[in-house]
Write a protein that binds this ligand. Structure first.
Ligand SMILES: Nc1nc2c(c(=O)[nH]1)N(C=O)[C@@H](CNc1ccc(C(=O)N[C@@H](CCC(=O)O)C(=O)O)cc1)CN2
Ligand SMILES: Nc1nc2c(ncn2[C@@H]2O[C@H](COP(=O)(O)OP(=O)(O)OP(=O)(O)O)[C@@H](O)[C@H]2O)c(=O)[nH]1
Ligand SMILES: [Mg+2]
Length: 441
């Protein structure tokens, strides 16, 4: 559980501000370190009983008025950081909070750096590295799927799987090492059993890699581009999906000139929906011509193209080979019976279109919790080391070399969680991870 690395700055008490809602309300001034209690008591009087919220006046300077606060005292090691922690829930506002923080700094608290509270939690073995990264991912999450993915990381799901694989690889290495002094006793049966086991372990790591792309998709909003000939009803459909009149709709072909985008949630999946200028070959209008160029760029950069053609006209342009084909204005007829049909006018087919889009964008991946590049790189290096170990076994190479490769795989896996990493995690790795956080986290 505990990290071997000593805390970077064990005697200091840090102060940081965790803001509540973006526009203020309540802010939390957090202190963590051995002086947390003695620094704060001169401002608020005696601390409440551990882990119980109590109301206190916070006097921040001898001549000013106190703020009205709720205070929590969490003595270490039963706290988020594992150190003594005090939280002051005070009225938000940069000036108000700033005065309280300044009073604590005057008494000797040091301003926390980005992610320093979380880093201390890691250093005291309260969190593993991938859980800390999960907290950063959770804060940065912009889609519902990304939130679930990040929460699973924070809950330690990936960590548990990685630890299980690491210990299995370690057991195999130990078994192989036990044969180092008597290689002549190793039977063909031993070797094939080891190879089978290794293939299984490698496949486990490669399966995590497979879900990386799904994790990536969960973190980014996909661009869903509505395209098709002029007057197909693209802007009307765009508005209907959004539920508000964002784009101009008119019977004049060529109404939409520039593309229009808006954020939209479809079945828990956030996408950017893009309305484009209708595509047609011949136009003498240079603005429309420019707009059509932009439509083509949007189509090229799309995760999904919704190709729209109206039920009251024959196919105009060749629809793109990929994408979702949709017939619009179904209230006027039905010309392409095998296409999904919608009517912006009556609302027919909109629910089906929403779930069709969400399904195509989401893909069929489950378990997308390994979406971070660092995890992918370590898992990929571990898989590569296991693959080398396998081929060494296959060519009857010295068992020392096989054991060495397995050790490499273990070390790569251990770096994901940062626990028992057979050596300290590099400061560069830690600095990169914790600098993603804001101050106060
Ligand atoms: N006010 C406040 N809200 C917060 C946090 C915080 O630090 N302060 N958190 C910070 O990110 C998150 C909650 N995470 C936390 C994780 C562990 C502990 C903690 O005190 N753990 C102790 C005690 C456990 C217990 O009593 O149940 C422990 O693990 O020993 C606190 C918060 C989100 N909300
Ligand atoms: N009956 C019917 N008319 C529709 C429907 N959707 C759009 N229209 C009409 O079709 C015309 C064109 O609609 P738009 O949404 O502006 O078409 P567009 O594809 O955005 O056209 P451009 O921007 O010119 O490429 C308008 O007169 C709309 O009122 C529909 O579902 N049913
Ligand atoms: Mg339009």
């Amino acid at each position: 559980m505990t990290s071997k690395r000593p805390p970077a700055d064990p005697d200091s008490t840090i102060v940081g501000v965790a803001t509540g809602t973006p526009d203020g309300g309540v802010a939390i001034v957090r202190l963590s370190g051995p002086e947390a209690r003695s620094l704060v008591e001169p401002l608020i009087g005696t601390l409440p009983a551990p882990r119980l919220l109590a109301r206190r006046r916070v006097l921040d300077s001898s001549d000013g008025s106190p703020d009205d606060a709720l205070v929590v005292w969490m003595p270490g090691p039963r706290s988020f950081t594992g150190e003594d922690v005090v939280e002051l829930h005070v009225h938000a506002g940069a000036r108000n909070v700033g005065r309280i923080v300044a009073a604590l700094q005057e008494r000797g608290a040091r301003a926390a750096g980005p992610g320093e509270f979380t880093r201390r939690a890691f250093e005291h073995g309260r969190l593993s590295l991938e859980q800390a990264e999960g907290i950063a991912a959770l804060i940065a999450a912009r889609t519902s799927a990304a939130i679930d993915q990040a929460r699973r990381l924070v809950a330690g799901e990936l960590g548990r799987e990685v630890e299980a694989l690491r210990s299995a690889v370690g057991d195999l290495r130990a078994e192989i090492e036990a044969n180092l002094d008597f290689p002549e006793d190793v039977t063909d049966g031993d070797v094939s059993r080891w190879r089978e086991e290794l293939l299984r372990h490698e496949a486990t790591a490669r399966a995590w890699l497979g879900s990386f792309a799904a994790g990536q998709r969960a973190r980014e909003r996909a661009r869903v581009v509505i395209a098709g000939p002029p007057n197909a009803g693209k802007s009307a459909l765009f508005n209907a999906l959004l539920g508000r009149s964002r784009a101009i709709v008119s019977p004049t072909p060529g109404t939409t000139r520039d593309y229009v985008e808006a954020e939209l949630e479809l079945d828990g999946l956030e996408v950017v929906l893009v309305d484009t200028a209708g595509l047609r070959q011949a136009t003498s209008d240079s603005i429309e011509h420019e707009g059509i160029g932009r439509s083509r760029e949007q189509i090229a950069g799309a995760e999904l193209v919704v190709w729209l053609e109206p039920a009251d006209t024959a196919t105009a342009d060749a629809p793109p080979s990929s994408g979702l084909r949709v017939e619009s204005k179904r209230d006027l007829g039905r010309r392409r019976p095998d296409w999904l049909g919608v009517s912006a006018q009556t609302g027919e087919g909109l629910a089906a279109l929403r779930s069709e889009i969400a399904g195509l964008v989401r893909g069929d991946e489950t378990a997308p919790w390994i979406g971070l590049a660092r995890h992918r790189d370590r898992a990929s290096d571990a898989a590569a080391a296991m693959a080398s170990a396998s081929s060494l076994l296959a060519t009857a190479a010295p068992l020392e070399l096989v054991a060495f490769e397995l050790g490499v795989a273990e070390r790569q896996l251990a770096e994901i969680t940062g626990r028992d990493a057979l050596g300290p995690i590099g400061e560069d790795v830690l600095a990169r991870i914790f600098s993603q956080f804001c101050i106060g986290k």
